[in-house]
Design a protein around this ligand. Sequence first.
Ligand SMILES: Cc1cc2nc3c(=O)[nH]c(=O)nc-3n(C[C@H](O)[C@H](O)[C@H](O)COP(=O)(O)OP(=O)(O)OC[C@H]3O[C@@H](n4cnc5c(N)ncnc54)[C@H](O)[C@@H]3O)c2cc1C
Ligand code: FES
Length: 541
Amino acid sequence: MSSTTQTVTLPVCDASEIKNGDIKDFEFGEGEKKGKVFLAKVDDKLYATSAYCTHYGAPLVKGVLATTKGHPTLRCGWHSACFNLCTGDIEDAPGLDSLYKFDAKEENGKILVTANMADVLSRYGRSPLKSDKRAIAQADEKSSEETVVLVGGGAGGHHTMESLREHGFKGKIIMISKETAPPIDSVTSIDPDAKTVTIDNGADPIKYDHLVISTGGQPKKLPIEGANLENVCLLRTVEDAQKIVAGEQIQLDAGNLVPCLNENAKVAIIGTSFIGMELAGAILKKKPASIDVIGVDAVPFAKILGEKIGCAIQKDLENQGVKFHMESNIEKIAPSESDSSQAGSVVLKNDSPIESTIVIMGTGVQPATSFLAESGFKLEEDKGIAVDEYLQVEGKQHIYALGDIAHWPEYKSGEKRRIEHWQVASNQGRVVGQNISCPEKRIAYRKAPFFWSSVGKGLRYVSTQNGFDDIYIDGDVDKELKFVAYYAKGDEVVAVSSMQRDPYVAKSVELLSLGIMPSFSDIKNGKNILEIDLAGQSASN
Ligand SMILES: Cc1cc2nc3c(=O)[nH]c(=O)nc-3n(C[C@H](O)[C@H](O)[C@H](O)COP(=O)(O)OP(=O)(O)OC[C@H]3O[C@@H](n4cnc5c(N)ncnc54)[C@H](O)[C@@H]3O)c2cc1C
Ligand code: FES
């Protein structure tokens, strides 16, 4: 009988059950203490790890095996986290933690795995710090005397912090962020010559050796009459989300009670991009009296996913009771007749007013960089900031910018892109952490940007360029939201999206990053990308 803390060696399968290129998972343990281990075989060598992704717990066996980085890796089929199978280390976000690594060997026709039961049964991964002596050895020795200041405690900031320690940075890390929970405080200005940041609490400026700015976006409020009424909400911060989903009346700072989501709620959502459409799907679960979605375009997501898929996502929400008002312009938000501090309806220019007890604006974000402009930094037209391939701010030594605010050069075309995705910010944070820790071995950011969204039946999307001029959909989107869509410029596939067809997009991340995605004509002629063997491919980045 194995206790939950014991290290045990158990047979998991016959040797003939796993061949080169296979990934499988097997039960491990007994009774209630039974878990699973993941096994891969590459070049006659066995690799065993914990069986679930450290992000949201996807079974790794649904992912993609590759040797494109010079060692075997497993890319999660859900949201594209990537793990090194030799060590279990995390290599690509969105997960923060690494996998547990176990020993595996073949003996008398059986595969034996040696693992600690607590690690097998753990719902969480292993902290990357525990094992990575390799990275620690790489870190620049002088890093122990240095200070890194991280401005912004979101996706990018957090992953930078983890990556700094993972890569052996031994100095001081100060995170400054303007949440109401720690780490609080807001940066108001930067002096690149004195290498200091000033914060809004009146304290002395903070000195840095390296500065990382990842202040994200701030939601744009439509400049219309009624936009400041109390039950008109934005969605970016935890407080914004709490205000929307409280379900009951909640107390705001001013002492007013605001009706939110309950069965009497009439919800008007302005905007049909990801925030608006995800919100409509999430709010449906609260069973409000009505949900009206208002958009200026003819079809949601047409520019990014194509009209056919956009229409199908809209229809899916309509079937669940959401009402759409497309190609609509808003005149104003009118106050409620019973309380002039509250919105009572959204007035459209070309349609009847939409009665509402709560109005949510999902109308895009703008980079939160006003303090940079005031500090003399040159900003782009959209208020973003240009960085080089190492994510260093152009013309500024020791200052990095990443995530929603950064315009970075796309690795193939050199074209500048600014993308508001969790995984982009997180992976850029990982790169910056490594570049500060190991300046001799700094790396360029060269990932094919991936994102996921809970719209429809769970969207996955990867792209190497903006826009497309042709689209091929494998699947009948009118019948069900189950498809893989390939987007092309000429005969080159530049983006892939999917719903309920994992791991097509995870595989596409590998293929696009390596520059070996089949041509658009090959895909249309039936080429199945899951059949492409990635063992033995070498990385181009
Ligand atoms: C509701 C919602 C849903 C989303 N869903 C998805 C999704 O499904 N998939 C996906 O890929 N992406 C999604 N995104 C986008 C994703 O969250 C962002 O792209 C990502 O968080 C960007 O990371 P970042 O580090 O650049 O900025 P953020 O994560 O926004 O972090 C910015 C940080 O900077 C701080 N800050 C700002 N100004 C200052 C200042 N002057 N001084 C100090 N601190 C400051 C903020 O308080 C915050 O901590 C969603 C975003 C929202 C709002
Ligand atoms: S569950 Fe694996 S990346 Fe999200």
